[in-house]
Ligand binder design. Structure first.
Ligand code: HEC
Length: 127
């Protein structure tokens, strides 16, 4: 009887230990794209495909807020002050995409957001 009780206590001990140690968490660092020296993020090759894939269904010409079609995206983003090369991370385009709980949460992936930020930090060139 005594050994049964001890065994039971041991089992409880082990399982509570397992429960406690299983509560791990990891810290998710924001993605950061590092541009190699002499290289740059191409607007036409890297950014336009994101717009075409994820945005133009709503942001076509004459649709919501900003025109993100290949032909007009560059001009319209600047015309509507959505790019701030002096403070890239505060650009409307970027903030809109990363805002937690905002209307655009989940519309782009963290790596797409990081690419857009890197493009703006790189001077938002029309290349
Ligand atoms: C399902 C439709 C839809 C999709 C897809 C969509 N948007 Fe929007 N977007 C809207 C609407 C509607 C507004 C205006 C209301 C608002 O701000 O949410 C808007 C507003 C914006 C604004 C203006 C924000 C401001 O404060 O003036 C930006 C920039 C923007 N979208 C970028 C994007 C980008 C980049 C993508 C693709 C990754 C995208 N949107 C995808 C519907 C969409």
């Amino acid at each position: 009887m005594k050994t049964k009780k001890m065994l039971f206590a041991l089992l409880i001990g082990i399982s509570s230990l397992l429960i406690i140690t299983s509560c791990e968490y990891e810290i998710i660092e924001p993605l950061k794209i590092v541009i190699p020296p002499g290289d740059s993020v191409s607007f036409s090759l890297k950014i336009i495909p994101i717009f075409t894939d994820k945005c133009v269904t709503c942001h076509g010409t004459g649709h919501f807020a900003v025109d993100l079609t290949e032909a007009n995206a560059y001009t319209d983003l600047f015309a509507k002050n959505m790019i701030d090369t002096a403070d890239a991370a505060s650009s409307v385009l970027y903030v809109k995409l990363i805002e937690v709980g905002g209307t655009h949460e989940g519309r782009s992936t963290p790596s797409e957001q990081a690419l857009i930020l890197a493009w703006i930090e790189d001077g938002a060139k029309n290349n």
